[in-house]
Design a protein around this ligand. Structure first.
Ligand code: UD1
Ligand code: CA
Length: 436
């Protein structure tokens, strides 16, 4: 149910500490941009989600519109009003209670946001106690009141020693923002308008500012590639636990790579070292060690070990063994046990694909389809030069190159070079007796 709370997510900064040409909030964690997770948590709470953008704003908006609709995007005038305070200046929230989140906190959940609600203070701000507070704004508390936040770059050595830090989430009454945003100055080390300076201004006027101590793990800001990797480990651990709770068996779960878009149904077993990406759906299937599956659907099947399903593969009642690569193919009731490449193919029930079978789907310019009917026995080391269409009940002899064309039912297809035997060749070539 939607709550009367506006949530503003700040996503306009560059994130220079990421050392990347891509803006920070578009860096991915478990296959989705980190900003996706903040918006997802916010959308579970309210209909008024406002995202402030500036740096690479077209890319940020396009990426988020793939996942959500009804998000309000506001552009920060980042050249004139840089900083987190500048980011809030163009925002018009719908409700009187306004929660502000940094867009680089992908581990926040709805529960942590809920803790900020229904409090009486004019401002509630998140604080964490950290052994190593470096990188965060320090929170100055006097007589149980937050009086000021000082950014690390502006802090004195004494202030830098403070271990109570600003976690970067605030609940404001709208009037507090309206009164104090216009009073912010950029007279600081970064020449930016800091949202955090509102605290000192409001406190000086006697407003109530309540610190809310929060869990470090949920409020961790991602500022570097190391932070990105750590956040991904935490999020992936949550994903794996959720799916195990839902009945999925995972062997050595910490070795399994799993993305946000992956779904399971029924009874599934996922062995160690498996990588499941994109919008993959696994239903009643067994995925064996070290297989990689991307944007594919696998039902009532077993895959691997060491198999690779590339995007848009659809498997049903199928067995895929080791070193088989499948791409954009539909396999129903098929056995492909070893060492094959099946691309742009449709293969029917009861067909057996011998080891070393290759669909030659690409002529260097275009891709072509291979269609194999039911009960087709494809012998080992067959090349299918697409476009190829093979009717039901056909046998292809081992080592055959099936050239492009249509092949009718109930035939044997065979292309083999006749064997030649050259007597005495070994001894002549190596200059020694062939028996030694
Ligand atoms: C900010 C806080 C700091 C706090 C920390 C918690 C300020 C001044 N400092 O610092 O006290 O400890 O978060 O993680 O707020 N952004 C904009 N426009 C801008 C600049 C930033 O939208 O002009 C966005 C960024 O995209 C990012 C968020 O605001 O998502 C925070 O910016 P960042 O530069 O990471 O702030 P910190 O230095 O971490
Ligand atoms: Ca940050």
């Amino acid at each position: 149910m939607s709550q009367p709370l506006s949530i503003v997510i700040l996503a306009a900064g560059k994130g220079s500490r990421m050392k990347s040409t891509k803006t920070k909030v578009l860096h991915e964690i478990c296959g989705r941009e980190m900003l996706y997770y903040s918006i997802k948590a916010a959308r579970e709470i309210t209909d008024d989600v406002i995202v402030v953008v500036a740096h690479q704003k077209e890319a940020v908006i396009a990426a988020m519109e793939k996942h959500f609709n009804n998000i309000t995007f506001v552009t920060q005038e980042a050249d004139t009003f840089p900083g987190t305070g500048g980011a809030m200046m163009g925002v018009s929230p719908k409700y009187d209670d306004v929660l502000v989140l940094n867009g680089d906190m992908p581990l926040m959940t709805k529960n942590s946001i809920d803790a900020f609600m229904n409090r009486e203070s004019d401002v509630v701000m998140s604080v964490i106690e950290l052994e190593n507070p470096s990188g965060y704004g320090r929170v100055i508390i006097e007589n149980d009141h937050v009086v000021r936040i000082v950014e690390e770059k502006d802090a004195t050595a004494q202030e830098r020693a403070i271990q109570t830090v600003n976690a970067g989430v605030y609940a404001f009454k709208h009037h507090v923002l309206q009164t104090y945003l216009p009073q912010l100055s950029n007279d600081n080390a970064q020449s930016e308008y800091y949202l955090t300076d509102i605290i000192a201004l409001a406190r000086a006027d006697g407003l109530s500012i309540a610190p809310l101590t929060v869990e470090e793990v949920e409020f961790k800001g991602v500022n570097s590639k190391n932070d990105l990797a750590n956040a991904e480990m935490i999020l992936m651990d949550r994903l794996r636990r959720t799916w195990m709770d839902a009945g999925v068996i995972m062997q050595l779960p910490e070795t399994i790579y799993l993305e946000e878009g992956v779904k399971f149904e029924g009874e599934c077993i996922i062995e160690n070292g498996v990588r499941l990406c994109g919008n993959t759906l696994i239903v009643n299937s067994h995925i064996k060690a070290h297989s990689v599956i991307e944007d594919s659907s696998v039902k009532d099947s077993d895959v691997g070990p060491l198999a690779h399903l590339r995007p848009l593969s659809v498997l049903e009642k199928t067995h895929i063994g080791n070193f088989v690569e499948v791409k954009k193919s539909t396999l129903t009731g098929v056995k492909a046990g070893h060492l094959s490449y099946l691309g742009d193919a449709t293969i029917g029930e009861g067909s057996n694909i011998g080891a070393g079978t290759i669909t030659c789907n690409y002529d260097g310019v275009k891709k072509y389809q291979t269609i194999i009917g039911k009960n087709v026995f494809v012998g080992s080391d067959t090349q299918l030069v697409a476009p190829v269409e093979i009717a039901d009940n056909v046998m292809i002899a081992a080592g055959t190159t099936v050239t492009a064309g249509k092949y009718e039912s109930d035939i044997l297809i065979l292309s083999r070079t006749p064997i030649r035997k050259v007597a005495g060749f070994f001894t002549k070539f190596f200059g020694k007796d062939s028996s030694c």
